[in-house]
Structures are given as C-alpha cells and as structure tokens.
Unconditional design. Structure first.
Length: 320
C-alpha cells in the first residue's frame, strides 16, 4: 500500500501536501526481519505502472526480495494517516477497494516455487479482509507450507474499518488451524474465540487459543496507552509447555503505526534463531518499543540495537 500522511500532525481535512511511504503488514515484518539480518521476501501483487514499481523499489532498498510479487491490476491500495497529538487520537482512512492485490488470482502465485527454500511464512489478518480471492491464495499458500514443512505465523491484526468481527472470525479460523504462532491482542483473541471469552484474562485466552486452534504458540500483546505520545507494552507467550511474560517497557511515540508488525518480526526472529521462550518474548517487546521511535511503518532497528535496549543501555545519550 501507499501511505499518505500530512506533515506536522496536520489534519486530513486541511492537508495540501502528504509524505509518501510504502507499507503493508507483511511487508513491514519482512523489512524488520531483513534489518535483523535474516533473508526475507514479500509475496503480493502491484499494478504495472510507476507506482507499483516505486513500491517495489522502496522495499528493495531495505534488502527485501520482491521476486515473488505479481504484476497486474490498475491501482495500489492507499492508506491515509492523520497523526494525533495529546488528546487527539491517530486516525486512518483505508482506500483499498479494487486494488491490484484485492483482484489477484490463484495462478498469480506458484507457491511450490515461492516456498521451495523458505523456512517461514507469515501473513496478517488484513490480507484475507480483501476478499475471497486473497483468502483462496492464502489457503493455497498454507497448504503448500504444510507439505514443505515451512512454519506459518499469523498476526490477527483485526481492523474494524476493513470488515466485521463475524466476517473476520469466519475467514481466519480455518487459516490459523495448526500454525506455528498466532499473534494478536486480547481483543483479537476474543474475536476468534467468540463472545463467551469476553472478560477472560490473557493467560486463559492464550491457553484457549492453543486448545481451540492447535497452534504451537500464542503471543498476546498487552498495551497500556496514555496520551497519544506514550504508553507501556508487555506480552505473554503461551505454548503447551508453559507461559512466559515480558517485563513492561515504556515507550514514547514518534509514529504509532507498525508496532504490532515489529512485535511479530521480533517473535519470528526469536523462533528462527532458537531463542528460549523468555528471551523471545522479551526481544519481541523491545523491538516493538523501539519501533515507536521511528517515523513510518517500518522498524529499521537492528538486532544489536534491540539487544542494547534489553540490556538497559540508556537511550538519552548519543552513541559516539
């Protein structure tokens, strides 16, 4: 997608200029993993015009492969972002109808070839919100991943502006059966488990998701938000063997979007590099916290920078 943001916290209704950045939940995760030093590629579809090419060029500069991106359709989806300040919240307007990605076809993606040398497949709940064609492409991808022993993760990432809770639950439930990691917040968990789970604590939600969907692990982010510029984040990792919770970390917001994608990338990095569960959840939270300090949707912090934050290195003094 193309993200358009007015400068200096200006309101969308007054905007005359926009800062342009390219984004997408899965693309954000791929960029973060590449910045951590892992090999990462995106699978998507962009229009055969200069905007589609600009999107691919933007991702390539961060070391992300685009060789599996299909080309076709007429337009790239848009995301308008108004950056709040103080009591005025951030707000988002989606313009994704009839996008190149939404109008993809199953034959656009040769999953046997795409996943042939892959070790991990990640997708977000915003993808199947784009309709039955995308749902079918994801179903094909997950089925191929299982045949090839490629691990799969999903960030539920429910967005009420894109679809209803019932539609999201119906589409996502079969996609997340038996995957490696299910990622989300308590609201995402309740959406998948049904209204009877409302008011349930995170420990019980994590165990219920594992029992209901057979996932190997569940990562629930637990966020305390103050004004538009600050908050605190912790997360709970649940597996059939136990539960691990990170320490709470305070953050100050430069850009609120992309924090969940940074958390997902941190967790995937932990699993791929063989970290212990406690280290994995701590690394994931620290990655999300540092992302909030970076403009745009992308977490451009290296693994070493995340480790320094975990080690308690003071961030207020210049490194020189």
């Amino acid at each position: 997608m193309l993200r358009l943001t007015p400068p200096a916290h200006e309101r969308l209704v007054l905007a005359r200029t926009f800062e342009a950045r390219y984004t997408g939940a899965e693309a954000n995760v791929a960029v973060s993993l590449a910045t951590f030093g892992l090999r990462a590629s995106v699978v998507s579809r962009v229009p055969a015009n200069e905007i589609g090419q600009a999107c691919l060029n933007y991702l390539r500069q961060f070391g992300v492969g685009t060789q599996h991106v299909a080309v076709g359709g007429d337009r790239l989806g848009l995301l308008y972002v108004e950056q709040g300040c103080g009591p005025r919240p951030w707000s988002v307007i989606y313009d994704r109808g009839h996008s190149s990605f939404e109008e993809c076809c199953p034959e656009d993606f040769d999953w046997e070839d795409i996943l042939d040398d892959a070790s991990w497949l990640h997708f977000s709940g915003t993808a199947p919100s784009r309709g039955p064609r995308v749902v079918q492409a994801l179903s094909d991808a997950i089925a191929t991943a299982r045949r090839l022993d490629v691990r799969v993760s999903c960030d539920v990432n429910y967005r009420s502006l894109l679809w209803s809770r019932d539609a999201a639950a119906a589409a996502l439930a079969p996609l997340v059966e038996d995957i490696e990691i299910l990622i989300g917040g308590p609201e995402d968990a309740c959406m998948l488990l049904g209204p009877q789970s409302e008011g349930t604590g995170p420990e019980e939600l994590g165990r219920a998701l594992i029992e209901r969907f057979g996932v190997r692990a569940c990562l629930l982010s637990l966020r305390t938000t103050g004004a538009s510029w600050d908050g605190a984040l912790t997360a709970l990792l649940t597996t059939p063997e136990g539960q691990w919770r990170s320490a709470a970390m305070d953050y100050t917001v430069v850009d609120r979007l992309g924090g969940g994608d940074a958390l997902a990338a941190g967790a995937i990095h932990g699993f791929l590099t063989g970290r212990e569960p406690q280290d994995t959840v701590a690394f994931a939270v620290a990655a999300a916290v540092v992302k909030h300090t970076i403009p745009g949707d992308l977490n451009l912090a290296t693994a070493a920078e995340v480790e320094r934050l975990l080690a308690g290195e003071p961030g207020g003094r210049p490194r020189r």
